[in-house]
Design a protein around this ligand. Structure first.
Ligand code: SAM
Length: 314
């Protein structure tokens, strides 16, 4: 049975139906008795919108661990309630992590099994947890991943952009100057770039992206994935920028993806952006050699362009 919920959590399975389904389809619970958990920190992915995207193994582990460390215990309680689970919850987030880690390590040393979850998706992916994982490893305890949803991969596979090589870049800095600097450093990366972004900053980010990476780069804006108003808009950076400038900020959660530089023929803007960046720290000869190699262009052509840019600048 599906119930309509608030727009950020549109689908929810009735817990009883879900648990009946689970025992019917979960091979672990049918053919093997669920094993007691080994002591470890379990890093558990949870849905990014659609509550049915929880894995069977995540439900097993969340139902068995001694305690679930949650970025936000109220959100975690909603998730667990929806699946009929009654786990002990405690908060673990950026503001209390340093205080909590010694106690968590001591409990793991005593043989505890603990799970880490974030508000949505995979913990540590633009979410708290990496310092904890690092310290757990350093202390010689086990870290066990329970893979599942992540907005970055969901957006990548629906973007239509090359997926053989991708670079997850998290959130860009909120201020234009810092954002432009990061984008410049990514302009020649030969991979699809993936950014998390807020709806309010989408326009400004797309504008800076078109300026720094070139307006012709293929891109996609994926919004509200797995939710009721899921949408992916694809096109050149300048077209996407113009669309969101005209329409105003969209609602919901957003991933921006930008295809790799086009090695069949980078646009003039892309060549200029790369050269200007390289000329900040290198001679004309070194800068043009580096950019020519990165963009797959003849060195002589790039050298001529670099000379012109330097003359314009001086
Ligand atoms: N750990 C999460 C993951 O694995 O995807 C990401 C957490 S990060 C704090 C939240 C950001 O992820 C949002 O601002 C948005 O950029 C992206 N995001 C999360 N859920 C999304 C969804 N359903 N659709 C599109 N983007 C989403």
């Amino acid at each position: 049975m599906l119930l309509s919920m608030a727009s950020d959590r549109p689908y929810i399975a009735a817990p009883e139906a879900e648990s009946q389904n689970r025992s019917a389809v979960n091979p672990t619970s049918r053919s093997e008795a669920v094993q007691p958990l080994e002591p470890a920190l379990y890093v558990v992915a949870t849905p990014i919108g659609n509550l049915r995207d929880i894995t069977l193994r995540a439900l097993d582990v969340l139902g068995q661990v001694e305690e679930v460390l949650a970025e936000d215990t109220r959100m975690a309680r909603r998730l667990l309630d929806a699946h009929g689970l009654r786990a002990k919850l405690s908060p673990y987030h950026d503001h209390n992590g340093a205080q909590r880690r010694p106690d968590i390590l001591a409990r793991l040393a005593d043989g505890a099994s603990l799970a880490l979850i974030s508000d949505a998706g995979t913990p540590l992916v633009s979410d708290p947890g990496w310092k904890l994982v690092r310290e757990v490893i350093e202390a010689g305890h086990k870290v066990i991943p329970l893979p599942g949803p992540s907005a970055a991969l969901a957006a990548l596979v629906t973007s239509g952009l090359p997926s053989d090589r991708f670079c997850f870049c998290g959130f860009l800095p909120p201020r234009t100057g810092a954002r432009a600097k990061v984008l410049k450093s990514l302009a020649t990366v030969p991979a699809t770039l993936i950014f998390y972004e807020s709806a309010a900053r989408l326009k400004a980010s797309l504008s800076d992206m078109a300026d720094q990476l070139g307006p012709t780069r293929q891109a996609a804006v994926a919004r509200e994935l797995t939710k009721l108003f899921e949408e992916t808009r694809r096109g050149r950076l300048d077209a996407l920028r113009d669309h969101y400038c005209a329409e105003g900020p969209p609602k919901g959660e957003i991933v921006i993806l930008i295809g790799p530089p086009d090695h069949d023929g980078p646009g003039e803007a892309e060549l200029e952006a790369a050269l200007l960046r390289a000329l900040e720290t290198q001679t004309v000869k070194a800068a043009s050699a580096e950019v020519a190699d990165a963009l797959g262009l003849p060195r002589r052509q790039v050298y001529q362009k670099a000379l012109a840019l330097r003359d314009d600048r001086d």
